[in-house]
Design a protein around this ligand. Structure first.
Ligand code: GUN
Length: 307
């Protein structure tokens, strides 16, 4: 099958480099005022994938001039000990962002830990205060992956208003906040999930498809209307032709026949997540300067960096 005549590859590496350059410039300006934004990254245990993610987050922070503080705790750390560390970081005026790498060991209540992070330092945007603020359309810290997807979409589509966006997947980290951000951008939003009926037919109505289901190459050309813009959040490791490789939730080669623009895997959404973590750290530093400690983010907070 031949591809759309002008199918555009959405380059997440290049887009993330632009975001990081913006962050670097803003960090420099803040440092001129004697402020250095700082991000605390907490890792419990020694899950190899989490170790790689944390190392990359620390490296990106250093590259952008954000001070990073790394806390590596053993896998048998008591929940109370982790909560005490978060309390200390919440109270430390020099720490602007706190990220606790997930998943946590099974004996620790993930929700209790995420709720313990001060909302103004919650650079993951997972605290219920920030989740609620997003659903009410307030300008709050929003989850990094969906925020990165929005930037890619704005770059690829320009105006999003009135477009029909289909989000496939309803996770707290991607699907639900993605739907909320698209709604805030005046899209018509449909969320599809494992219990939806006739997924391909519903998906074919979409101008924008955001796939975040964790199923390798689930979505092929038959799910797409001609000219759809496709954002593939999936990162799935598969064995193929005797080799291990990363593929998305979208069958990339097949989708080229219908899409007008599409993210590759790897090199699409992935790099945007860390870039938006840095951006959120900067936004958190700004919000903390605006608000007295412990205060809620004002509804009309001027927060251009979130756009
Ligand atoms: N583990 C996998 N993705 C994420 C993320 O976005 N934030 C945190 N804190 N942990 C993760």
């Amino acid at each position: 099958m031949s591809s759309q005549p002008s199918v555009k590859l959405i380059d997440g590496k290049a887009a993330s480099a632009r975001v990081l350059a913006e962050v670097r410039a803003e960090v420099q300006a803040l440092r001129g005022d004697g402020i250095q934004p700082a991000l605390a990254v907490v890792l419990v245990g020694s899950d190899p994938a989490s170790q790689v993610y944390v190392r990359n987050k620390v490296l990106r922070a250093e590259e952008t001039g954000i001070r990073s503080l790394e806390f590596k705790l053993p896998a048998d750390t008591a929940e109370a000990e982790l909560l005490a560390l978060i309390e200390r970081l919440n109270a430390d005026a020099e720490v602007n962002g706190i990220l606790v790498q997930l998943p946590l060991p099974a004996h620790i209540d993930e929700n209790r830990v995420l709720q313990a992070i001060a909302p103004l330092k919650d650079v993951d945007g997972f605290h219920s205060e920030n989740v609620g603020g997003l659903s009410q359309g307030r300008e709050v810290l929003t989850p990094c992956t969906p925020s990165g997807c929005m930037r890619l979409l704005r770059d690829a589509c320009g105006e999003l208003r009135g477009k029909h966006a289909v989000v496939i997947g309803r996770s707290n980290i991607v699907g639900k906040p993605m739907a909320a951000l698209l709604l805030q951008a005046d899209c018509t939003v449909t969320v599809l999930h494992s219990r939806s009926r006739d997924l391909p037919a519903l998906c074919r109505q979409a101008d924008i498809v955001v796939a975040a289901v964790g199923k390798p190459r689930l979505i092929d050309a038959s799910w797409l209307k001609p000219g759809a813009v496709v954002i593939d959040v999936g990162i799935n490791r598969i064995d193929e032709d005797g080799r291990s490789k990363l593929v998305g939730d979208v069958d990339f080669d097949s989708a080229l026949a219908q899409a007008s623009a599409i993210t590759p895997v790897p090199g699409g959404v992935g790099p945007m997540t860390i870039a938006y973590l840095m951006k959120n750290t900067l936004v958190a530093a700004r919000l903390q300067r605006q608000a007295p400690r412990g205060a809620r983010i004002p509804e009309d907070a001027a927060c251009p960096s979130l756009s």
